[in-house]
Design a protein around this ligand. Structure first.
Ligand SMILES: [Zn+2]
Length: 191
């Protein structure tokens, strides 16, 4: 049973997904919900839907993570890729750069690192972590503003527990850490 310890467990209707897997799990599909209301998302995913729709995870703009389907089960979020993928929805819009708050990006990267511990076939690179729109003609998510490089660098940092890798993933805090470290070294030298 693969459930993320940091996620709120909000089980999907059993009618909306398939138990188990028929293929090795090798892909993480990145989505946007094209909506801004996480409560509506919960309602939609927990009620029986027609056609069957489901997804493993959602991350909201303040970094809360929700899980609806065990990653050992097959969710219906990516049509031809369902049987070998795990899906993460991000609450927001593919066409809106403000969707990608730092809290959301951080929580999503940490989640991706955990998924890799459960499904090592999902390597944390651009061959295995993919846009929904990259393979499904009628979808464009997560759109042009999803920070691929930063997200993957951060996910790998979480996975390795490598603090240096994660701080150099970007952000103002990494600059502060480097400056403080440089000042400390300079003070030691001046003694
Ligand atoms: Zn999608």
């Amino acid at each position: 049973m693969a459930r993320y310890p940091k996620a709120a467990w909000i089980p999907s209707s059993a009618e909306n997904y398939r138990q188990g897997r028929t293929q090795p799990v090798t892909e993480l599909v990145i989505h946007t919900t094209e909506g801004s209301n996480v409560e509506a998302l919960h309602t939609w995913l927990t009620a029986p839907s027609e056609p069957d729709l489901s997804v493993h995870f959602a991350v909201d703009q303040v970094g809360n993570v929700y899980q609806y389907v065990d990653t050992d089960d097959t969710a219906y979020h990516a049509r031809s890729h369902n049987s070998f993928s795990v899906g993460i929805e991000h609450v927001g819009y593919a066409g809106d750069p403000s969707t990608w708050t730092s809290e959301m990006v951080e929580a999503s990267a940490e989640l991706a690192a955990w998924i890799n511990t459960q499904h090592p076939g999902i390597v944390l690179d651009e061959a295995h972590v993919v846009a929904h729109g990259s393979f499904q003609d009628d979808r464009t998510d997560p759109g042009p503003y999803f920070p691929w490089s930063n997200s993957l660098t951060r996910a790998r940092g979480y996975r390795s527990g490598n603090f240096v890798a994660s701080i150099f993933g970007g952000g103002r805090s990494s600059v502060v850490v480097v400056v403080v470290a440089a000042l400390a070294i300079a003070m030691l030298w001046s003694k």
